[in-house]
Design a protein around this ligand. Structure first.
Ligand code: FAD
Length: 507
């Protein structure tokens, strides 16, 4: 235990996004929760690089940055960040040979409703040839995004806007930004490589040992050591819930291209399906980050780089590429004794819906409530682990949805992805329920589920889902409802156009 009885001492091991975001958040928030002082020390190795990716986020980050007391404008500038309205999925339904340039949009905002009702019920039962594009009909965000507009006006309060939004950011710059703000102010930094840990009689960690012989004591330890999971799996006995039989991609090749004209910056992530995976394209203020995530069971490195080169339109020799391996799944026990894993040490799910940083945030918000209990003698580990399990499992379902509804037949990767044995039972049950009805607010627990009825509707209908067995003709009632929807949408569109500015006004 820490020698100083008037304070709690939290030791964070790892200086990537997970380490520094946790340090920033907990040092800002925990001080209001305890009678005692909370000292935070962050230990990071100088010779183990951070993963250096993690550029797309979801709207929760606004609340988390706000809770860290960070100014939004300052963050945008320091992190090369841009606004993100959502994701455009290109060629996920069909191959380019069958449907060239086919795409759909998954925006962040809520669906347009009519007098409190969701007209998707009627729309979903129309024949396919009678339906307009779901996202374009039920949201103004795809259009606003493609017009190059920000989701907000410069008069808006920080972290607030006319539309829901997130960011694209430079992961390396985010870490430097957080360090500059919190190091030596509320977080003590120690450079050193952790090579061991000591435990007290009750099994709790009491200190970590560094390679230069130093020992850092603490009451509570946060493992942010990335895929190494140096503390949470120190005994190699923490079960890993492997999800690779559901989500096949396990390797990435990445590159960067400078942004030459700021007018080309897209305010949404582009995800383009490939024969054995997909490519992300994320525009920051000064560069694009592009990466091909693929399944090594279905494609080799050489072909994967070629896909990346084809996408960028540049020869392979002109690309500065980097390969990364990924291990899909999560540790069953994310909080053990007095140690919790945050970030890649807790687990990893492919970045299709940008959930890596989100999971770091969720871990920290949960810790904010549960650490005070822990320090007063309670054992909240089981509750925490169950909450994180639900987060992971819900994301697995949502990610798999993008694959299992695809009609692509250009490779085993896509046909295997539709194999019933690769689809989780929980997702099968959801799809079964939505055979004749649309996803409902009652299907989800929004407190713990990142993706709920809106997100599922955008992806389901974007992917062309028509699970129902009764196709109805376009009659007067439905036409009236669609007309009312169009009026509501147009009103909202005018409001949003008036209340937002061009992206370029912010960068
Ligand atoms: P790391 O960045 O690996 O940091 C680990 C830290 O631990 C380093 O500072 C290292 O020095 C330190 N360390 C390790 N061992 C020791 C030791 N023994 N002693 C001391 N220090 C040690 N997330 C998103 O939200 N959006 C995305 O678009 C996204 N894209 C991704 C794409 C790919 C291909 C991958 C693999 C991940 C992606 N992620 C994304 C996930 C995201 O990158 C991570 O969640 C995030 O960067 C957090 O990483 P980390 O801090 O846990 O680990």
């Amino acid at each position: 235990m820490n020698q100083d009885n008037n304070s709690h001492h939290i030791v964070i091991v790892g200086g990537g996004t997970a380490g520094w975001l946790s340090a920033a958040f907990l040092s800002s928030q925990l001080k209001n929760r305890f009678q005692k002082n909370v000292n935070i020390t962050l230990v990071e190795a100088s010779d183990i690089a951070t993963i250096g990716v993690g550029e797309a986020t979801i709207p929760s980050l606004r609340q988390t940055l706000n809770a860290c007391g960070i100014d939004e404008r300052e963050f945008l500038k320091a992190c090369d960040a841009t606004f993100k309205h959502g994701i455009e999925f290109i060629q996920w339904r069909e191959t380019p040979a069958k449907a060239p340039a086919e795409s759909y949009f998954h925006p962040f905002g809520e669906l347009v409703s009519v007098e409190g009702h969701n007209p998707a019920h009627q729309w979903s039962k129309l024949g396919k040839d009678q339906r307009e594009d779901f996202a374009d009909l039920f949201s103004v965000q795809p259009e606003i995004a493609k017009l190059g507009r920000a989701p907000k006006h410069s008069n808006d309060r920080a972290y607030d806007g006319a539309l829901a939004y997130a960011y694209h950011l430079d992961a390396g710059k985010l870490v430097e930004f957080l360090k500059a703000k919190f190091r030596d102010v509320s977080v003590a930094q120690i450079i050193g490589k952790v090579v061991g840990a000591s435990s007290s009689e009750n099994g709790n960690f009491s200190s970590v040992q560094l390679d230069d012989g130093r020992s850092i004591e603490g009451d509570f330890f946060i493992d942010c050591t990335g895929f190494a999971a140096r503390l949470i799996n120190a005994d190699q006995e923490n079960e890993f819930i492997d999800k690779s039989s559901i989500l096949f991609v396990n390797r990435a090749v990445t590159t960067r291209i400078p942004v030459e004209d700021k007018r080309d910056i897209t305010g949404y992530t582009k995800c383009t399906a490939q024969t054995a995976g997909w490519i992300w394209d994320i525009a920051l203020q000064t560069r694009r980050g592009i990466g091909h995530v693929f399944s090594t069971r279905h494609m080799n490195d050489e072909d994967a780089v070629q896909c990346l080169a084809n996408y960028t339109g540049k020869p392979i020799e002109d690309l500065d590429v980097r390969f990364l391996d990924m291990k899909t799944g999560y540790h069953a026990r994310q909080w053990r004794k007095n140690c919790v894993a945050v970030g890649l040490s807790s687990g990893f799910l492919e970045p299709l819906e940008s959930t890596g940083i989100y999971l770091i945030e969720m871990a920290n918000w949960a810790l904010l409530d549960m650490l005070p209990r822990f320090f007063s003698g309670a054992q909240p580990q089981e509750r925490y682990n169950e909450a994180m399990r639900l987060h992971y499992e819900n994301i697995v379902d949502f990610l798999k949805l993008h694959y299992c509804l695809s009609n692509r037949d250009d490779s085993d990767f896509w046909t295997e992805n539709r194999g019933p044995q690769t689809v989780p039972e929980t997702l099968k049950q959801k799809l079964h329920q939505w055979q004749n009805s649309v996803p409902s607010v009652y299907d989800f627990d929004r407190r713990i589920q990142c993706f709920s009825e809106n997100n599922y509707q955008f992806v389901l209908y974007g992917m062309g889902w028509s699970g129902h067995d009764c196709v109805q003709p376009l009659n007067n009632d439905i036409q009236q409802m669609l007309d009312a929807l169009a009026v509501r949408r147009e009103r909202l569109r005018q409001f949003v156009l008036r209340d937002t500015q061009a992206n370029l006004d912010f960068y």
